[in-house]
Design a protein around this ligand. Structure first.
Ligand code: GDP
Ligand code: GDP
Length: 456
């Protein structure tokens, strides 16, 4: 099934809710599709699609999730996976409950699951024509929401109020979006080079500037105010973020060591990839490790440039050494990719930009829930979570809730009891299974039950 949830022209809305609450009916009302089939039978499989809708003259997109509702069961089925992808690709979630039925335990479970996506949620109580659904509205408060909009999808009541809540959220999403339709405008990946004094940063910068086909901005369609040095690699654009103290070194009066850290921090904040330059003839020192873990903690993809390779005599030994050091330093830095090079002679530097692009892509990657569940099953089988409070901890499933850096929700029965060592075990496993070295990974244990829900 070819699903394209990624290409987004307008802010996107998804209607989530268990089967038969009236999602399709609302979908049809909002998109004005009178011909669409409303299926009273639950679980009908249809391809999910994205449709354009308008609120006044404000365009937005609505995902048709008919037949791919998030199921009640823990382990994700194929339909669940599609539904999660639909939710993940959206900017606003309309969480619909049936005012006739009231809030059920399935609704509770579902509200916890969609909350994990950290997106704005508008709770909607449907079928208000059948029953005064004030009780249901209160039950929705019990799920931890501060309001709920009562509507009748079938009769069109309450839609104005729904729009009132929806509009500011869509406007905010639009402001966040890259709205340029300009075909020429391409994404520019900002990268910086950091490292201790004398590692060879300036030498590398100069070499990169001279030996690559550099674009002298502003190119057609490149509208960012200040474009530094810009390269085109495999059709992608990479920009070098200026690191204070690198190029204008002559004028520096401050302590260089200090400068390299503070300068590195501000350059890293503006970058989406970080090259840490290390002098291969020197030991990998604490300050290198600190810079490296800062980069990873800030969620930036990191590559180590092992410089002055021309001066290294026993190259095999040097590689074994750096591998050993990277294996035994901070856990975030474990397995970080490195490139051997001689900035001075211009050797090996051609590998930098392709490696950066590869890592950046992984940083933005979305791993499907199906893959994650296969992964988590294996992890639990090899090393089950411990007992707590005389109960076996259970990992139910896992899904990716964000990227840049990749962030995962790990659903389990006692999330607050899951030891951090077990979370690290999962993180390390993820790195290995999906080749995510050099990238921060967040794994958040969560309960599928809503912590705000009233005890019944
Ligand atoms: P979905 O499975 O969530 O997409 O639900 P549907 O849109 O297919 O609706 C399920 C059933 O509820 C259908 O029989 C609809 O006619 C009915 N329904 C939907 N909205 C309303 C409403 O506002 N009022 C009433 N009374 N029935 C509704
Ligand atoms: P920065 O302080 O990190 O910007 O380091 P520089 O680029 O100023 O380099 C410090 C010194 O190392 C200079 O004398 C460079 O010529 C030298 N250097 C830089 N890269 C290499 C290299 O790949 N091989 C060798 N042999 N020397 C290098």
């Amino acid at each position: 099934m070819a699903l394209s949830f990624d290409k987004k022209k307008h802010p996107r809305v998804v209607i989530a809710g268990r089967p038969n609450v009236g999602k399709s009916t609302l979908f049809n009302r909002l998109t004005g599709r009178k011909d669409a089939i409303v299926d009273a039978q639950a679980g009908v499989t249809r391809d999910s699609r994205v449709f354009e809708a308008k609120m006044g003259d404000f365009p937005y997109e609505l995902v048709d999730t008919a037949g791919i509702e998030l199921g009640e069961e823990g382990i994700a089925s194929r339909l669940n996976v599609l539904a999660e992808e639909a939710v993940a690709s959206s900017d606003v979630i309309l969480f619909m409950v049936d005012g006739k039925d009231g809030v059920t335990s399935a609704d509770e479970e579902l509200s916890a699951r969609i909350r994990a996506f950290n997106k704005p949620i508008i709770p909607v109580v449907n079928k208000s024509d059948v029953k005064v659904s004030a009780d249901t509205v209160y039950e929705v408060y019990g799920l931890g929401f501060e309001y709920a909009v009562s509507i009748s999808s079938a009769h069109g009541q309450g839609i104005d109020e729904l729009y009132m809540h929806l509009q500011p959220l869509l406007e905010a999403a639009l402001a966040e979006m890259d709205t340029s339709d300009d075909e020429d405008e391409r994404y520019v990946l900002p990268m910086c080079i950091i490292g201790r004094p004398n590692a060879g940063k300036s030498t590398l910068v100069n070499k990169l500037l001279n030996s690559n086909r550099m674009l002298t901005g502003p190119e057609a369609g490149l509208t960012r105010e200040s474009i530094g040095s810009l390269w085109e690699v495999d059709g992608h654009l990479v920009e070098l973020v200026d690191t204070p103290g690198v190029r204008k070194k002559g004028k520096v009066t401050e302590d260089l060591e200090q400068m390299s850290v503070t300068g590195a921090m501000s350059a890293m904040a503006k970058s989406e990839a970080v090259i840490l330059m290390i002098d291969a003839t020197q030991a990998f020192e604490k300050q290198d490790a600190i810079l490296a873990s800062h980069a990873v903690e800030k969620g930036k993809p990191l590559i180590i440039g092992l410089n002055k390779w021309d001066l290294v005599e026993d190259k095999n030994q040097a590689i074994a050494d750096i591998k050993h050091r990277l294996e035994h330093s901070f856990s975030q830095v474990k397995g970080v990719p490195f490139i051997t090079m001689s900035a001075l002679k211009g050797k090996g530097i051609e590998n930098i930009l392709p490696t950066v692009l590869d890592l950046h892509q992984k940083w933005q990657m979305r791993i499907s829930t199906a893959q994650l569940n296969r992964f988590i099953e294996g992890m639990v089988e090899t090393n089950p979570p411990p007992m707590r409070k005389n109960r076996r901890m259970k990992i139910k499933y896992m899904s990716q809730i964000d990227s840049e850096p990749p962030t995962f929700a790990l659903f389990c029965n006692m999330p607050e009891e899951l030891p951090s060592s077990y979370v690290r075990y999962i993180q390390n496993g993820l790195r290995e299974a999906f080749d995510l070295y050099g990238i921060a990974l967040h794994v958040k244990p969560m309960g599928s039950r809503n912590p705000y829900a009233k005890k019944k």
